[in-house]
Write a protein that binds this ligand. Structure first.
Ligand SMILES: *[C@@H]1O[C@H](CO)[C@@H](O)[C@H](O)[C@H]1NC(C)=O
Ligand SMILES: *[C@@H]1O[C@H](CO)[C@@H](O)[C@H](O)[C@H]1NC(C)=O
Length: 387
């Protein structure tokens, strides 16, 4: 009896959802044989449970895509490439790419995808380039983003902001984002900024060559979980900005004032960034920082000057700062590299990041390698397994 009821409910749910097709050359009204030409038309037509399927090619919208409606917990709305087709959304024709130095970028214009009060969406396998931010999600919760690539945008590649909770971002690649409008002051790979909300997670992400920081949690007042996030080569002036303002930290984990945010940072790597590997940036909270590796950054590996964080089994090695770490006495540290032995490049199986930087595996994950895995010691980050 219970079984029959479950089947009946599932059938009703399935009967209500539809597939909506879009193609860069479409002129139709959303069927597979006559797809829409605009992603916005498909968003406008979608209701809870629908799947928006983008056919291969480059989309070049002239107004950004506004997502302000919601799915439901059991019937999210999905926006994805059709099967494994390669979809690029090029924002170069949008306003603000870029605006002039010190001009403002109005909220609504932020993002090739501007998600505001849009909840219960799922996004898969999309590449967003040359936009005024790639993805900008504000006051948006319960969304899931998988295999998104954001690069060469004129602000942060992927930003969550405002009252936003329970978002999951997995397998993000975000690189070469820059902000000529601010001379490099604010374009990061990933940011969760200026707001609050529990349950936001970034996992198995790569953030590189961005003008400001790899990742920034500036003024976000709730715990964010970061796992298997790799940030490298951020904070260099690759664009010849005069009056360069890029900060160049791998992971900027804080806010400059109360409330504290007890972020969790686990199994992450920061290397080759212009400045520091991991910093609390004034966050007075109790962060859990375990099994991360900061290597070959232009300043100290870990700089925790305000928090009561616990740092466990991390590695800071070959950083070019005056010390490997700068920690206030309120920080609890145990089992970290700087607490035993001396460390150099030869402490690791490999200091060659080419596998980490290469193609992801078919499961979406960064491929495993011996990069920065210490010989004979079980501490620091590893791409070999979840820890
Ligand atoms: C976030 O998800 C958790 C676990 O599913 C749930 O308990 C919590 O209520 C959610 N938070 C919000 C703000 O919806
Ligand atoms: C460590 O190895 C990296 C990568 O080969 C290199 O750039 C760096 O100069 C080396 N540092 C030292 C102190 O040997």
């Amino acid at each position: 009896m219970v079984k029959y009821l479950t089947l009946a409910v599932a059938f009703v749910g399935a009967a209500q959802s539809k597939d909506i097709f879009v193609s860069p050359s479409g002129t139709g009204s959303g069927s597979q044989t006559a797809p829409f030409g605009s992603i916005q038309s498909a968003v406008n037509a979608a209701v809870a449970g629908d799947n928006i399927l983008l056919r291969a090619g480059t989309y070049k919208p002239t107004t950004n895509i506004q997502i302000t409606k919601s799915g439901t917990r059991t019937s999210p709305i999905t926006l994805r490439s059709f099967e494994k087709e390669k979809v690029i959304i090029d924002g170069e024709s949008l306003p603000g790419t870029p605006y002039g130095l010190d001009e403002s970028l109005p909220n609504k214009e932020r993002g090739i995808l501007h998600i505001e009060k849009g909840n219960y969406w799922k996004f898969y396998n999309l590449e967003l380039i040359n936009g005024p931010y790639g993805i900008y999600a504000r006051d948006a919760s319960h969304n899931y983003y998988e295999l998104i690539t954001t690069h060469d945008n004129y602000e942060t590649g992927f930003q969550l902001q405002g009252s936003s909770s329970n978002n999951t971002v997995i397998y993000l690649d975000s690189y070469r984002n820059r902000d000529p409008r601010k001379n490099g002051e604010s374009a990061d790979g990933f940011a969760c900024k200026e707001g609050s909300g529990e349950g936001n997670v970034l996992r198995n992400a790569r953030l590189w060559d961005n003008v400001d920081d790899g990742l920034d949690l500036f003024m976000f007042g709730s715990a964010v979980t970061l796992e298997e996030v790799y940030a490298w080569s951020n904070g260099f002036n690759r664009w010849g900005f005069s009056g360069f303002n890029g900060d160049g930290n791998g992971f900027k984990l804080g806010i400059t004032d109360n409330p504290p945010a007890n972020h969790i940072v686990r199994n992450c790597m920061a290397f080759g960034n212009a400045k520091k590997g991991f910093i609390d940036n004034g966050n007075p909270g109790k962060l859990t920082v375990e099994r991360n590796t900061a290597w070959n950054n232009g300043d100290v590996g870990f700089n925790f000057r305000s928090s009561t964080s616990s740092l466990t089994k991390n590695i800071a090695a070959v950083n070019v700062g005056s010390a490997q770490v700068t920690l206030v006495s309120s920080v609890t540290a145990s089992g970290n590299s700087w607490q035993s032995g001396s460390w150099s490049n030869t402490s690791f199986e490999s200091v060659n990041p080419s596998v980490l930087k290469g193609a992801r595996g078919s499961d979406g994950r960064v491929k495993a390698s011996g990069f920065l895995i210490p010989v004979g010691k079980d501490i620091g980050a590893t791409t070999r397994a979840d820890i």
